[in-house]
Design a protein around this ligand. Sequence first.
Ligand code: PAF
Length: 281
Amino acid sequence: MKIVNSIQRLRTTVAQWKSQSFTIAFVPTMGNLHQGHLALVNAAQKKADKVIVSIFVNPSQFSAGEDFSNYPRTKKQDTEALIIEAVDLLFLPAVDEIYPDHAKTHVIVSELSNLHCGKYRQGHFTGVSTVVCKLISMTQAHYLFLGEKDFQQLTIIQLMIRDLNLPIQLESVATVREKDGLAMSSRNGYLTFKERQIAPKLYQSLSQAKKYIIQSQQSFREIEQQQKQYLRESGFTVDYFSICRVDDLLTANRGHQALVILAAASLGKPRLIDNIYLTLG
Ligand code: PAF
């Protein structure tokens, strides 16, 4: 596996690959890799001839008071895991390689960036869309792989690619879960033993909501309130639990068929997000 730190060296390798007509898939990450990331890598390997993984803990997507400085950085283990997976290139840029002092441009996907997680994490999605746009431009890959666990992020990046006519195809990969249903996430490592026992209830509440939507006896708002209550009684502080339309993540009502249920809730300090989607009819 080639490891490069500079945009220039990355581009030289990509140019060589393109001159040989190889297709390229790109998996952006913030490191601390788990099975969910490796599922993205494996899907990318099935789709393209060459796979680039980036590890960059992106400062601009952490709001004030969030865990940027404590975010788990596990470069050695991550590099070893990617070598085992036979990834072709690991891009490991420093912060000033991505954000030189003169940088003035941000990519803002309006409206959707302010809903759901955007309400609770000021500037988060602008940080995400800006860095992903820059990484797409740096890697010039044909395919971009993102996980479905961050469903709002996935939708925002899809809109950015469409609106900016970026020449890349977005591929999403299903959330990888622990045996008890908890969605894999680097932030699960923050959970205490006791919180870890409670954490799977987030996915249980999404699954219950899905069941009640299908049973069709309550309004969507009643189902949301019921599941928020269940989570609060289990010890969570709930940011939101929303039944949405899958395309634009706006509030869904009975009659809408393609749905996603989005939830974010904290257990002590760690904040967990998860989702489940379904099509009715
Ligand atoms: O999902 C993540 O890990 C990050 O938001 C991403 C897409 C790598 C951008 O920093």
